[in-house]
Design a protein around this ligand. Sequence first.
Ligand SMILES: [Zn+2]
Length: 423
Amino acid sequence: MRQFLTSLLALACAAMPAAAQTKVLRFHEVITEDGRTIPQGVVVVDGDRIARVAGPEIAYPSGAQVIDLTPYTAIPGLIDVHTHITYSWDSTSGTDPWRQPRKTPAQTLAGARANGLQMLAIGVTTGRDLGASGYYDIALRDSINEAGWIGPRLFVAGYGLQRARPPYRPGTDTTKTMRGRVFNISQIPEAVKQQVDAGADYIKLYGSTGTGADVTGTETFTYEEMKAAVDAAKSFNKRIAIHSYGPQGGRDAVRAGVTTLEHTIDLDDATLHDMAARGIFYVPTIDHNRYYAEYRAIFHYTEAQAAGLDSFRLRNMETARRAIAAGVKLGMGSDAVFNMFGQNTRELGWFVKVGMTPAQALAAATVNGAEILGMSDRLGRIAPGYYADIVAVDGDPLQDINVAIDKVRWVMKGGAVVVDKTK
Ligand SMILES: [Zn+2]
């Protein structure tokens, strides 16, 4: 692991100064968006942006560095719209990830940084992180953007808003909201403002129970409270994601005008119809329950809990199938925590299993992700003016989505080569 990180960093550092030089990338094929392809496509990169996308006949700019990727197909950098990047875990520690010894701030940030490198290694160049404590998500984002750290582009939420529930610890001041915990509806705008003031890009609200092996979906905020959060987010020009495992919270989040609905199963037809009509995205995060069930030993989950995770996943798949049929747009969200980083894109496999074409699955992880972030003019496409976030894969992901999941060979983020497994 350490060797892998060191070589990634060394490679990225070596690549950074050259980001200013014009680069010509030659591919077997370039998939620009929604499955459109350019055979023998060439991408010209100037600084951190794409300058041109063309066929093999174009004249290369003089002095450009030519990078031969002709065995590979180019796809846009992938976007995971649901991570918890600050939740790290050392798999050699023998600890239960949910019950590890408390980390120092430096250890928390180092773990988050390692998770980010795992994302880059599988072609995820952008992440929306939906809930972190201590604003380590903001520190990581800024270190990547401003201090030269290697990592994905991050859009982060700070503390997710959640209802504080009694019994409270002695001395708890219920007249104030802190760390995302709200005691009553009047505190919701202040809780949103605290995240915005800290530097959050996005607002997250936990609208129901459900996490880890707990797949209960009991609504924890009412429609009126969700609406207050949506309105507060909008007043700061922010988008908002609402977590709900259960359909009641999902329906109320949609009525309240949420930007993206996370996880929800068993959504009724009227709500799906409403989502399609209003352009509300569904981020089903099907794969994270596969992850918890598969790694139940490290979490010490029982067989019964694993069975609960499996049955939730099946209902999640059925809901995604119905959402796709109803014309709802989906985003690729892994809900990655701990050692699920590096598996973020397995969600695409489920998308194809429930009825998407591979091109539609890729769109969910590129153009849809960009739209969720309000970055449709800069992210999610291989097109002039867009960030040079480009992934080279070995094979045709439009024939087999597993190519995009398992066969990433080279990754460029913002014009710098951050992963190179071509040699
Ligand atoms: Zn989550």
